[in-house]
Design a protein around this ligand. Structure first.
Ligand code: MRU
Length: 345
């Protein structure tokens, strides 16, 4: 990749500000945990695996900068930072998974003492980053065989390098198939209201010189009807035990359309996106964001003053609409529950 979504700089965390893409390439240098939390909350960085990495790096930064040599005070401060990270966004489970990993290190502070715990927290954050890069490669490796020469591949939102530490999950599959010499057409939904497809997925693919066609969200069904789409590939924010999958709002509609048109619908996700504590998608918390994202476009109102709006950021696709989940441990087809448990073990 020609850009870095997030980078550990020792005394600060550098984040590519995705709110400004594709017009401007601007980096945020976050020098404390609160500015990392703010970057997650305001979606300067977004995408399930990327916000997990960001939260871990934010906690590592807080540990490094903590002046206290007193075990109890150090621990209390760090617990507060973990709590702050958990409050940033509710749906992507990777965030909570990463904070839990950092908490497990913190919980060993009595054995290690303050200085060693600091070093271990930094190591853990960097490990989470590195693992994600490798996981992306494996997902790409397993998924690439699903794409054939001449296919039309539709994706939604952004599940690429901007959403992970590596080259992405759903887009990773596209990158891997392209690198093998396969040639196919990529379509991306613009993904209202935040336009992750039009702004981010299109930008990434253009950087990598992979031709991409942007469509508005309401065009997907017609393209399918016209025979231009052979498969749909999306990422995930949280997958429940039965395979029900939360992803960017609009994913569910695509899955229903795919079923109607007999088109395979694939989810690509690392095992850190699995939440086996939830029996089904009914229990997945769905983030609701400011209605201004719907009523305004780039700061300008597009609806009459005072009108009501609704802005759920995610929806849940029932497992019965999912052909397969592509993970770093292989391709899983339904029934999912037993297989997902094995993958997480
Ligand atoms: O609100 P966002 O932009 O964080 O939503 C991102 C998505 O829905 C992605 O598809 C998902 O996180 C998978 S990223 C590999």
């Amino acid at each position: 990749m020609k850009f870095k979504t997030i980078e550990w700089k020792g005394d600060w965390v550098r984040i590519l500000d995705q709110r400004k893409l594709p017009q401007e390439i601007h980096y945020l240098d976050c020098r404390d945990a609160s500015s990392v939390a703010q970057a997650i909350r305001t979606m300067a960085i977004r995408g399930a695996p990327a916000i997990g990495v960001a939260a871990a790096m934010g906690i590592a930064l807080a540990a490094k900068k903590n002046q206290s040599s007193q075990l109890g005070t150090f621990r209390k401060n760090l617990e507060k930072v973990c709590h702050e990270m958990r409050q940033t966004r509710p749906t992507a489970v990777n965030l909570f998974w990463a904070v839990d990993r950092m908490m497990r290190i913190l919980n060993q502070i009595h054995a290690y003492g303050v200085e060693k715990t600091k070093a271990k927290l930094v190591e853990e954050a960097l490990r989470i980053y590195k693992e994600d890069v490798e996981i992306n490669q494996k997902i790409g490796g397993y998924g690439k065989r699903l794409i054939k020469n001449g296919d039309g591949v539709l994706t939604h939102c952004n599940a690429g390098a901007l959403a992970t530490a590596g080259y992405g999950t759903a887009l990773g599959v596209i990158y891997a198939a392209w690198a093998e010499g396969k040639r196919f057409c990529v379509f991306t939904d613009e993904t209202r209201p935040q336009l992750q497809g039009a702004r981010l997925t299109a930008w990434e693919l253009v950087q990598e010189k992979i031709p991409v066609t942007v469509i508005t969200d309401n065009m997907a069904g017609w393209l399918m009807e016209k025979g231009q789409i052979n498969l749909v590939l999306v990422g995930a924010d949280r997958i429940a035990r039965n395979g029900d999958t939360a992803n960017k709002i609009g994913t569910y509609s695509l899955a229903v359309l795919s079923k109607w048109h007999g088109i395979p619908f694939y989810v690509a996700a690392p095992s850190s996106t699995l939440d086996l504590s939830l029996p089904s998608g009914l229990d997945i918390p769905i983030e609701e964001r400011d209605i201004k994202e719907v009523t305004h476009f780039r700061g300008n109102p597009i609806t009459p003053k005072g009108v009501n709006a609704f802005n759920p950021a995610f929806d849940v696709t029932p497992h019965s609409l999912i052909h397969a989940i592509i993970t770093e441990k292989g391709l899983i087809r339904g029934p999912f529950e037993r297989k997902l448990k094995r993958i997480k073990a």
